[in-house]
Unconditional design. Sequence first.
Length: 551
Amino acid sequence: MRYLYFFCLLMVNMLFLNAQTNLTSEKWQYDLRYLQEKVHKDYQPLFLKVSQEKFDLEVEKLYHRIPEMKDHEVIVGIAEIIALFEYGHTALWLTSWRYNQLVNFHQMPYNLYQFDEGVFVQGVHKDFSEAVGAKVIKVGNFTVEEAMKAIRPVVSAENDQFFKAHGLNYLGVPEVLHAKGVIKDINAVVLTLEKNGEQFEVSFTPRTSETFPGKYGLIQTNENWLDARQADKTPLWLKNLEKKYFFEYLPNEKIVYVRQSEILDDEDKNIADFYAEVFDFIEKNDVAKMVLDLRLNSGGNNYKNKPVVTGLIKSEKINQPGKLYVILGRRTFSACQNLVNEIENYTNAIFVGEATAENVNFFGDSKTESLPHSNLSIRLSYLWWQDKDPRDTRPWTPPQVVVDMTFKDYESNTDPVLNTIKKLKDFEIPIDPWNHLTSLFMAGKMDELKQKASEYIKNPMYKYYDFETKINDAGYQLMGNGQPEQAIGAFMLNAELFPESANCWSSLAESLWKSGNLDDATQYYKKAIMLDPDGETGANSKRMLEIINKK
């Protein structure tokens, strides 16, 4: 069985609490070599998103830097090595609030959240009450955007949604901020904030590890902590957080609203009995829509998904276009991604909100490997979960109806996602842009295709839709089907739509090379190298140029 991924972390807390620091450089280097050999020996399947060559290169760089590094810098460096795999279940997590792993890592007393307008202080300790609800402008001397970019390589993120949900925690870990050059003084973090049109600075000092003062990534107001939300009411998506699931009937809209925040049984009622009650209510009452809210759900035991999926399939009253809505978000992950996959496979659900935090097919369950000298425990995934077509490489499940939350929405207890669903009419299903673009391509309407593709890419409704990958995959499919001219056309369109993508130019160069146009292929491989001089695409383009030059 698969359990909620952070539950697994809690199971190994004691290993982390025994982590040894003040090691010699030789012992840190020994641990790094041990990790490298362990990965190559026992976790070969993990090399999907990163090559073995790239992994080994980064290990070598860290190995030779260790004598010049402090302990916390080495630990952050090891976390970066593991983050190369880009799987949330494969990680060395350094966020002490969440996992209490390292006794010498600390947590600043604030919680940040990225809303549509930017990053805000969602929650804070009462001693810093002036910061609650303020927009973050700078972290140290870095803009908040620069700071996020600096810490991004440390986070074992499946995708950008996962980073939004969990990566921002590192903006409160001084050891990480110091190791990545965001702050110079490890004993304090100065945030430049903005509230009511005024900018001001607040200097925070570290706190030792403690339990996160909230639920599902959000701080709630209590005797010591402040939430940016107004206290006059609580929206449904944040109601009854002590329960793993609950449902409520909204008579004005004839909606049954269900929020499930974990895929684990509640103490008073298991998942099967709960959903039996939900579907019985739907059958016996005047219900026009069902809303299943999974935006807070980071997983659990995916073998408990069956009563949810079978109940939805059997409910003829609800399992119709325009009757069933599922809310997704940046915390929708792990066993909940399995649930989303099955709902997408077998029901007529419409997804609303944000994209999920998990790849559609992914590496899940982890084993814990303890390093010999430091006792750092590294979580490495060993089990592949595949509910979708093996060619489905989507980084997430995107919503068909995109709805972002602003800070003003959060502060005023407004739920724009549920409000949008209330307004949607039966059978009001958004157009699939890919089907539309494919039909234009098949009809040879290239000018209209380019215009429509550009419009879709700029439309916020399709912000989670990976047009670049879809067009690139179509180009290779055409090339494999013996249609070189059409393939070149697809790759050329992609390069025009995404001119800063090295991969687009590299793919175009490859199609031209295979068609015998070596001059243009050379030109575009050089462009790919210019855009990605140190990356894998650039390296591959260099290898291809060497082959062309030899010929």
